[in-house]
Design a protein around this ligand. Structure first.
Ligand SMILES: *[C@@H]1O[C@H](CO)[C@@H](O)[C@H](O)[C@H]1NC(C)=O
Ligand SMILES: *[C@@H]1O[C@H](CO)[C@@H](O)[C@H](O)[C@H]1NC(C)=O
Ligand SMILES: *[C@@H]1O[C@H](CO)[C@@H](O)[C@H](O)[C@H]1NC(C)=O
Ligand SMILES: *[C@@H]1O[C@H](CO)[C@@H](O)[C@H](O)[C@H]1NC(C)=O
Length: 755
């Protein structure tokens, strides 16, 4: 019997393996032929495919997309057909279309669409300047709910004449100027979509609408009536236009569709692309740059002058988890803001204590609830465990409808809140002695108070017959310290493909971002955390910089210049003037925050920028093992791998990472002056422990805009270590600080003659 079962399962397994090996997959096929009109391209693709199909119709049917800017197509093929294609003349490379996932938090809960209210990020550049009217932000996500009041267009001028995009299946207007969807790859790879998904750009998940309204939503009057809203939505909404490209279906996007969306966005004329997708690094650790739709699409965006802002992923706190790490995209980590919700604890004897709340919900205003100490309603014999509100320690019969006071320690606030909620409690007061800015988002109304307050509340409970308490409605306040603090979930470096490129690039607010509230239900807060909450802030800055230095203007900035301005003006200090900490209150490193936390207003006047163009990025690819001809054929940019840079650290980026350093190395950087009046910059270096750093020259003078100067940095290992050590250097003219992070892994002092 057992043997038979075993036999059957082995047979089943074989069958599955066999079926799997034979099943058709979506492949992306790159061609070496010179791009011509898209009609010609389609013909070329069909003719090529016909050689591996029995009949022309089948060949035509297999094509999912002919990309207009990438000299490539996506098709559903049997593995043997893919192999045959790979050998055809003119075919550069053939690879399977990969799957990416939405980069939200692990606990993302999609918002109710009908309740969605416009809300404006606190980022002052969005709200305090009237820029952006002609900036078109491309959002590649789950689609859009166009009827949301956030996309009201009544104050908008007609859409820009240069806009070439379209609107398919949903109504657009002067604010929402484009909406398209890309589904063929997903269906070919994963089967037909199921309801409630719709074959249109309409957003049934909620994420895309949330993204779009966070980025560029109009203020909604309902939100302004709410006390919270007036504190946050200072002065007006962003006037950017939105172009929506739906590629995420049931939280998954396949490369073939993503590439099609980027292709369309660039052709349509978007100015900035915002993406919150990423491959799960845990499932597939290494992706070559030229086999990843995001990095290829990003490269073409760079060529078109369109910055691509990407989320670094939520796979932290482990190292080697950062995704979307091509040097030509800007990779964003997530950290806290100094904003918090203050909530007062009002006891029955009128004592008042101020606390902080990060709960998803709050209790009705001014309503009193019975108050108990967790130890007094223990369901277990170990009273200490109940005091801490460890799971299952509270007696539901006694907790029902009460507000429970829990002590700090052992488990986190989420867990304590969940214990109280499960026992039927109405809310929680949590002792929080360290002023710890937790990422906890308790599932029930909860207020954190300090130890002294917790003690006083405890006393009140002990000496009162029927203790009662009310928790006031939260009020948004600023000034919480320390901030920013890195999110524990925020993915970290080193870079898994090229450790000599420092990633992530910057950090931005992405922990417990007050994401939505309805003005309808009293006070209902929604906090969301994730690197994809962090990217809007950076996208906003990139959009501003693009509008200050437009693509076709004489003072046009390259994508590298925009990235550089954002990176070098970032700060590594928190609001207590120490280096940004991680969630455990240890000093964080550039593997967590890159060059630091963005400072939007400084980015408009960076002083110096580190420039790089498509050519530099193409030659950088030589260091990752691609040949000149592959690079030229895939990207259409000539790269001479014999004269190209030898290590990733030689790419002219505004940060320096050096892995496996033996002895000594020198790297070159060039900076371009983007100031108005003559200036002299001096370098200041903070050496990584165990590594000596010298700059030559140490002073640079500029007289006119656009002047470029070179400098050399030499790194010498003094104390070898297998760990990375971190430092920075800054060029300063007394006004502007142009800062770069350094990460060096100096493994031996033995000088080897490489240079
Ligand atoms: C593009 O196609 C046209 C006609 O199909 C042809 O005359 C022209 O030479 C082609 N250009 C290139 C660069 O191949
Ligand atoms: C709650 O009570 C305070 C003080 O009694 C009062 O000022 C406030 O308006 C009340 N709030 C609501 C929503 O009833
Ligand atoms: C009671 O629970 C606390 C907290 O979990 C634990 O530290 C302690 O060891 C427990 N005591 C006993 C006797 O199990
Ligand atoms: C960028 O994407 C993130 C994550 O989806 C979103 O929260 C943000 O609002 C977007 N920003 C813009 C400017 O589209």
């Amino acid at each position: 019997m057992e043997a038979r079962a075993l036999f059957l399962s082995a047979a089943t397994l074989l069958f599955i393996l066999f079926a799997r090996a034979r099943s058709a997959e979506v492949y992306i096929v790159y061609l070496g032929a010179v791009r011509n009109s898209s009609h010609d391209l389609l013909e070329t693709h069909h003719n090529l495919l016909a050689t591996v199909f029995d009949d022309v119709d089948a060949a035509r049917e297999s094509v999912l997309y002919s990309y207009s800017r990438f000299n490539a197509f996506a098709a559903k093929l049997e593995p043997h057909q893919a192999t045959a294609l790979e050998k055809m003349p003119g075919v550069v490379s053939v690879f399977e279309s990969q799957v990416s996932y939405v980069q939200t938090t692990r606990s993302w809960e999609f918002l109710g669409l009908e309740d969605e209210q416009g809300n404006v990020p606190q980022n002052s550049l969005w709200s305090s300047t009237n820029y952006g009217q002609d900036i078109i932000v491309g959002v590649i996500d789950t689609g859009i709910w166009p009827e949301s009041p956030s996309f009201d267009d009544s104050v908008f001028t007609p859409k820009p004449a240069r806009w070439k995009g379209t609107c398919v299946g949903v109504p657009c207007n002067k604010k929402l100027i484009g909406a398209q969807y890309f589904l063929k790859g997903n269906e070919a790879q994963r089967g037909p979509i199921k309801p409630p998904e719709q074959r249109s750009p309409r957003d049934v998940a909620g994420h895309g609408t949330h993204v779009a309204s966070t980025a560029a939503g109009m203020p909604v009057s309902g939100a302004n009536k709410n006390g919270q809203a007036s504190g946050v939505a200072k002065g007006g909404a962003p006037l950017a236009r939105l172009a929506i490209y739906k590629v995420i279906w049931n939280e998954v996007v396949v490369d073939a569709d993503l590439l099609a969306a980027i292709d369309a966005a660039l052709t349509d004329g978007v100015d900035v692309i915002n993406l919150s997708l990423g491959k799960k690094i845990s499932t597939a650790p290494y992706f070559a740059y030229l086999q990843d739709a995001l990095s290829i699409g990003g490269f073409h965006a760079v060529q078109a002058g369109v910055p691509v802002i990407v989320a670094g992923g939520n796979e932290g706190p482990a190292g080697y988890t950062v995704v979307n790490i091509a040097p030509w995209v800007l990779t964003v980590a997530a950290s806290t803001v100094d904003r918090y919700i203050s909530s007062y604890v009002v006891l029955g004897d009128n004592q008042v204590f101020s606390g902080v709340s990060w709960s998803r919900s709050s209790l009705p205003a001014n309503r009193s609830y019975p108050l108990v100490y967790a130890a007094d309603i223990s369901a277990v014999s170990n009273i200490t465990a109940a005091t801490l509100c460890l799971p299952g320690t509270l007696n539901p019969a006694k907790a029902q409808g009460q507000i429970v006071l829990c002590r700090s320690g052992q488990n986190d606030g989420d867990d304590k809140g969940e214990t109280v909620r499960r026992a039927g409690g109405a809310g929680m007061i949590m002792e929080n002695p360290k002023n710890l800015r937790s990422e906890a988002k308790p599932s029930l109304p909860a207020t954190h108070v300090g130890s002294k307050a917790a003690e006083a509340i405890y006393d009140y409970i002990q000496r009162t017959q029927s203790p009662v308490v009310s928790l006031t409605l939260g009020r948004t306040q600023l000034g919480y310290k320390p901030a920013p603090v890195m999110g524990s979930f925020s993915s970290r470096g080193p870079n898994t493909i090229t450790p000599d490129i420092l990633k992530p690039d910057v950090t931005a607010p992405g922990v417990q971002i007050l994401a939505a509230w309805t003005g309808l239900k009293g006070s209902q807060f929604e906090f969301e955390s994730g690197t994809s909450m962090a990217s809007p802030h950076v996208t906003g800055v990139a959009a501003l910089l693009r509008s200050l230095y437009p693509r076709n203007a004489r003072n046009a900035w390259s994508v590298a210049a925009i990235m550089s301005a954002i990176m070098t003006t970032a700060t590594i200090q928190d609001n207590e003037k120490s280096i940004i900490k991680d969630y455990n209150f240890r000093t964080a490193t550039p593997f967590q925050f890159g060059n630091g936390h963005i400072v939007p207003n400084a980015a408009a006047d960076p002083g110096l920028v580190y420039g790089a163009g498509a050519q530099d990025y193409a030659e950088f690819l030589c260091t990752t093992g691609y040949s000149s001809s592959t690079i030229q054929q895939v990207l259409g940019v000539a790269a001479s791998c014999t004269t190209a840079i030898r290590r990733g650290c030689d790419l002219n980026r505004p940060s320096v990472a050096i892995s496996n350093l033996r002895g000594q190395i020198s790297v070159w950087r060039s900076v371009t002056f983007v100031g108005r009046s003559p200036a002299t910059f001096q370098i200041y270096i903070s050496e990584p422990p165990g590594v000596g750093v010298r700059a030559n020259p140490s002073q640079l003078s500029f007289t006119s805009y656009g002047e470029t100067a070179w400098f050399q940095l030499s790194f010498t290992v003094r104390q070898p270590s297998s760990d990375y050590s971190f430092g920075w250097f800054v060029w300063s003219d007394g006004i502007r600080q142009v800062r770069s992070s350094i990460a060096v892994q100096g493994i031996s002092t033995a000088s080897v003659a490489v240079e």
